[in-house]
Structure formats: C-alpha cells, structure tokens
Design a protein around this ligand. Structure first.
Ligand code: DHB
Length: 237
C-alpha cells in the first residue's frame, strides 16, 4: 500500500500518537509502547511523531508536575532521536502546551534538540494568544502546522477529542478556513511569504472531506497567486 502511495508522489509527513505521557503507566511499559510507535513512524517513512503533552492544562500543573512532564518528554525524545525521529508536541487545550507561555516553558524546560512543535493555530488562538505573534516565537521549534477554523468561539468545544471521535459527536461550528472567526487569510499570507519548510495540514473533521479538500486548495491557490503569481505551488499534504 505504501509503495503504491509513494508512486503517486504522496508521502506521510507526520504520524500521530496518544502516548499517556503523564499517566500511571510504569516506565518500562511506556518505553515499550514508545519504541513500537517510533518503529511505526519509520515504517511510514516519516521522521515526525506527534504526541500531546499530557492530559492536564498547564494551569493545573505544579512545579513537580512540570518536572515530571519535561523529564519524561526528554526521555521520549532521546529514545526517538536514536532512530532519527523527532518527538513533536502539539499545541492543544487541556495539555501542558495549551498556550504560548506554557508551550515555551515546555520547550525550554525540556530542552532537547529532538523536541519539535506542531503549531495548531486554532488552538493557539483559542488560548487567547495572537496566532501570528505565537508563530514568530515558536518558529524555531515548528516542524508542522495544523490549520482548521471555527464559526465562532462558542463552538470550539466541537474539537475536543471526546466529541470529535464520538460517532454521535456534533459537527456544529466546523467551517472552511475562510469562513471562521480566526483570520486564516492573515495566517496563510504570512506562511506563503515566509520561507518556512513546515508542511501545513488541513485538519478537517467535518463531512465531505474530498469536496472540502478541493475547495480549500482552490482558496489557498487563489491566495498564493494573489501574493506570488509565479513562485509557489500549493501541495495537498
Ligand atoms: O489529533 C487529534 O487527535 C486531534 C483531536 C482534536 C483536535 O482538536 C486536534 O487538534 C487534534
């Protein structure tokens, strides 16, 4: 299957995992799970393995929790790095990386060269941070970007994992990039003009994904041609 996919010029830029970083799992069990996932990333020919930084908001962590979280993260980074794989933390509510300051604290306190960041602009905006200011500060760690939008702040809960993965979960509030409350146009304009190599992934949890992918690509190409008529080509990663 992978060979067929690669033959179409498609590749997998990042693998997502949900390792219970701050759970009660004994370290040897955590290590085995992580080693298996690192091998899965290699099997999919990607050097990026995305995780969440625990399941507690940064506000609820005391000094000891931060120490535990960053020490464990450092350990995972070291194990994955030996196999040439980056450990990529995603900005997400209800985790240690739930805002700009907390994400910077996590990155700096962990202080591992193989620790990288998946910047989810909507969740950063959700935290109250200015997405473009956050982008400038977090750029040195950023290896992947998630882009999605919401009709209005009141619907942000639609993206909570409990809802989004429930077969009967609501989809109220999920809209195309250009139609939401966060200014995706300003974000995309900055990304198009910036020489970042980080892939931008459209994170679509709603209906009709193929149709949406096509219309979103059309919107992105329109933005690009307005900014850099002859230079850039948008690809669908
Ligand atoms: O990767 C995920 O599982 C996931 C789920 C919900 C989100 O809002 C999100 O940003 C990522």
């Amino acid at each position: 299957m992978l060979d067929e996919m690669f033959s179409y010029g498609l590749d997998i830029s990042m693998l997502s995992d949900y390792i219970p970083l701050m759970g009660n799992l004994p370290m040897d069990v955590l290590l085995k799970e992580w080693q298996d996932t690192v091998q899965a990333a290699k099997a999919f020919h990607t050097n990026k393995l995305r995780i969440f930084a625990g399941s507690l908001s940064s506000q609820s962590l005391d000094e000891k929790d931060w120490e535990l979280c960053t020490e464990r993260l450092k350990f995972l980074c070291t194990v994955a790095e030996r196999e040439g794989v980056y450990t990529v933390v995603e900005t997400h509510p209800g985790t240690a990386a739930d805002g700009l300051d907390s994400t910077l604290q996590l990155l700096r306190q962990t202080s591992h060269p193989a620790l990288k960041l998946n910047l989810d602009f909507l969740h950063m905006w959700e935290s109250g941070a200015d997405p473009l200011a956050a982008y400038e500060r977090l750029k040195p760690w950023m290896v992947n970007i998630h882009l999605k939008n919401v009709e209005a702040r009141q619907w942000l809960e639609v993206f909570s994992p409990d809802n989004i993965y429930s077969p009967s979960g609501s989809r109220r509030g999920i809209v195309a990039l250009a139609d939401g409350e966060m200014d995706c146009q300003a974000i995309m304009k900055r990304l198009i003009l910036d020489p970042t190599q980080a892939p931008v992934a459209l994170e679509w949890f709603g209906a009709n994904p193929f149709q949406i992918l096509k219309s979103e690509l059309g919107w992105l190409k329109g933005l690009e041609s307005g900014l850099k008529p002859e230079k850039v080509e948008v690809t669908g990663t």
